[in-house]
Design a protein around this ligand. Sequence first.
Ligand SMILES: Nc1ncnc2c1ncn2[C@@H]1O[C@H](COP(=O)(O)OP(=O)(O)OP(=O)(O)O)[C@@H](O)[C@H]1O
Ligand SMILES: [Mg+2]
Length: 244
Amino acid sequence: MTVTDTTPAPHEADAPLAPIYRLAGVTRTYRQKDRIVKALTGVDLDIAAGEFVTIQGPTGGGKSTLLQLLGALDRPSAGSVLLAGTDIAQASPAELGRLRATEIGFVFQGFNLIPTLTAHENVDMALEPLGLSRQERAARVTEALVHVGLDDRADHRPGELSGGQQQRVAIARAIVKRPRVLLADEPTGNLDESMRDEILTVLQALNAEGLTLIVVTHDSAVARRATRRLRLEKGTVRDITRTR
Ligand SMILES: Nc1ncnc2c1ncn2[C@@H]1O[C@H](COP(=O)(O)OP(=O)(O)OP(=O)(O)O)[C@@H](O)[C@H]1O
Ligand SMILES: [Mg+2]
């Protein structure tokens, strides 16, 4: 799968890689009654096309907060979050919606599939905002299900699939719009070891094709597959790629 025609391949190390994400001085504070919680405190971070980044760290460290900012689901209290040149901190609600619909794929710990819809219908939902023809939609959904090895389960509802298969449907739903980046918050948190490996194999294959992955995880087996490992603690990011 090509992410976009202009995305440089990860191996083109000499080409000047424009970062997919550029975060500068990102702070996110939450007001809780009379208390202020600092979830992120001045995060500076560049993520290049083709990276597979994991984010680890203690509970409450700010991982989900950061992922929500990267996913254009939230805005920083201060600082800038550039996604392919667009500042999420400044963008209009319509622009944020467009980014979520076209540029960003999301995968959650709890799969978040609609139980009454088949695998095919769940994946198709992500194409609704794109205004494609029925034919193009059907072709794209089938392609995405083939990508995660589930084209033979297209007519199954979530309750008729294993946990690993449900998460693969959720990945197909995330990639069917051909996003620039795939964000995942604990994608293997609800899975046993063999299903976790199933998901890791799918994620690694997508990354090998050039898709940028950013994965929050408590699982060091997931982090071992990454090209860069970050640790987020007390709202501050540290690179731990070489100090595992
Ligand atoms: N909507 C909110 N309102 C107030 N405080 C919040 C809100 N969301 C998160 N926080 C606080 O911000 C801090 C960071 O939370 P966050 O959910 O980002 O942590 P996390 O690293 O994802 O933790 P976990 O590993 O448990 O998922 C925590 O102290 C949390 O209590
Ligand atoms: Mg979290």
